[in-house]
Design a protein around this ligand. Structure first.
Ligand code: 13P
Length: 280
């Protein structure tokens, strides 16, 4: 069933686990992620970032995501990730997304606060949730920019929350988008301090390549939403590649099955680590 993001994150806070927010780019990925959520009886989030819309137009992928969430037997929120423009964020809300992120992390603090607060007001008029970001997660969602990591200041995070009243807050604690060259050393001290000050669930971007024990520690210290993108794309590609190598592809539908399987396996792995299985 289609749901807002907030109740999922609130239940995760009460239960001490995290919700997987899986990026999708086509129907096969949507099918694979939803299959994993249903099989494990997990609540979950499917999302797409604005930079990905060049490949997967919002007019097409958006209704598909919303329909998949509505049809699922477990609660699924549909989230617009790294929204950059008001126009696209409103389009996502019109499509039925139940949550949107405004990523103003590269803007000066005042500007980030002002625009995020405005987007939050717009989201609320659609009964949707809003995520903001404070500090700078490294890399960029599509790998096109090498943005340096700028760790969140816990005090500034509180001020940002007070200014914006967002429902969830993405923090930068040494995490980055894309594949890490080496496993990141996350700043759990910053996470712990931020979680003690900010009264809303915290979000970890750049989930690909973070070690299972670090994920668990993040969930223990206040991360309630974990974004996974590159790992899904890599898993789908790998699944297709090995199906070809093992001569399992004799036609289009075998190819499609291999794609769904890749997204499914990746989601299964993360759901188990995040502790959200059985929480639907
Ligand atoms: P990864 O591509 O590193 O998993 O990051 C995903 C993400 O944070 C999307 O917002």
């Amino acid at each position: 069933m289609l749901t807002e993001m907030s109740p999922l994150l609130k239940a995760a806070s009460a239960g001490g686990y995290a919700i997987g927010s899986f990026s999708v780019a086509n129907m096969e990925m949507v099918l694979g992620v939803i299959k994993a959520l249903e099989e494990t009886k997990s609540p979950g989030i499917i999302q797409i970032a604005q930079v990905r819309l060049n490949y997967s137009p919002l007019e097409l992928i958006g209704p598909l995501m919303v329909a998949a969430a509505k049809n699922s037997s477990v609660p699924v929120a549909v989230h617009f990730d790294h929204g950059k423009t008001k126009e696209k964020i409103i389009q996502a809300l019109e499509t039925g997304f139940t949550s949107v992120m405004f990523d103003g992390s590269h803007l000066p603090f005042e500007e980030n606060s002002k625009v995020t607060a405005e987007i939050n007001r717009i989201a609320k008029s659609y009964n949707a949730d809003c995520e903001g970001e404070i500090g700078c997660v490294g890399g960029s969602e599509d790998g096109s920019e090498n943005i340096a990591i700028n760790c969140t200041s816990p005090e500034q995070a509180l001020e940002f929350y007070n200014n914006t009243q967002v429902d969830a807050l993405a923090v930068a604690i040494g995490n980055a988008h894309g594949n890490y060259k080496q496993a990141p050393k996350l700043r759990f001290d910053i996470l712990e301090k931020t979680a003690s000050l900010v009264p809303v669930p915290l979000v970890l971007h750049g989930g690909t390549g973070i070690l299972p024990d670090d994920f668990r520690k993040c969930a223990k210290l206040g991360i309630r939403k974990i974004n996974i993108a590159t790992a899904t794309f890599d898993s789908v590609e790998q699944s297709v590649r090995s199906a070809y190598e093992n001569k399992k592809i004799g036609g289009y539908y075998n190819l499609q099955t291999a794609e769904v399987e890749g997204a499914y396996r990746n989601a299964m792995k993360h759901i188990e680590i995040f502790g959200c299985a059985g929480k639907a």
